[in-house]
Design a protein around this ligand. Structure first.
Ligand SMILES: NC(=O)c1ccc[n+]([C@@H]2O[C@H](COP(=O)([O-])OP(=O)(O)OC[C@H]3O[C@@H](n4cnc5c(N)ncnc54)[C@H](OP(=O)(O)O)[C@@H]3O)[C@@H](O)[C@H]2O)c1
Length: 182
């Protein structure tokens, strides 16, 4: 934070508390110990909210519940690789019950979950609203009540990515986007 000239961050996320497939099982106690440190930072005002990340799959959802129960500062988000081609209705619903946002990183499929941003489904919906296909995908996150993280080095792209609050996707359009495949 000092290097960035900040006295606090809005969201402090624990990276990878759940194991990747094929990796050894998570040491829950070690993970909780780290989360406790995050809670201290929250209580000092250095983080306005806490998140966990990479918790995916049925076993991982048990982990979210365990961590949620143990937490004195509840996580507000679980940051995972959500996108139109990688999305779990079940996990979304489980997280929503706990008040935890299902938050997609690589929302535009750059580092993870690559998909075709020029797919006819997206171009057709984009032309309906006079938007770009990226804006349509980001609006899909909003309309499905999910958070997202995207990255850009361009001010013009940042403006484009924020200009998604003047239209709403129909239920059929949301369904069509959710059915896209990698
Ligand atoms: N928790 C984790 O493990 C994890 C994993 C992966 C990523 N992340 C986070 O997510 C962030 C983004 O990851 P990502 O790069 O995979 O995100 P992404 O949203 O899938 O893609 C970002 C890429 O899309 C381009 N882009 C963005 N808006 C655009 C627009 N309007 N028009 C054209 N191109 C556009 C950007 O290039 P330009 O710079 O040219 O705009 C950039 O190359 C990372 O910085 C990181 O903080 C977290």
């Amino acid at each position: 934070m000092q290097q960035c000239g900040l006295d606090h961050v809005e969201l402090l996320g624990q990276h990878n508390p759940a194991p990747d497939p094929g990796k050894p099982p998570l040491d829950f106690d070690a993970s909780l110990k780290q989360y406790r440190h995050f809670e201290d930072l929250y209580k000092q005002g250095k983080a306005k909210a806490l998140a966990v990340g990479h918790i995916e799959g049925p076993e991982a959802m048990e982990l979210v519940q365990k961590l949620y129960d143990a937490a004195t500062v509840k996580p507000v988000a679980n940051q995972v690789a959500v996108s139109p081609v990688h999305y779990s209705e079940t996990e979304h619903a489980q997280l929503a019950k706990l008040g935890i946002s299902y938050m997609g990183f690589s929302a535009l499929g750059n580092l993870y979950n690559h998909y075709d941003l020029s797919h006819p489904t997206l171009t057709s919906i984009a032309s309906t609203y006079g938007k770009t296909t990226r804006q349509v995908v980001l609006r899909w996150f909003v309309d499905k009540k999910m958070g997202f993280v995207t990255g850009t080095s361009s001010a013009a792209h940042a403006s484009e990515n924020l200009d998604i609050f003047d239209f709403t996707l129909s239920a059929d359009e949301i369904k069509a986007i959710s059915a896209l495949e990698a």
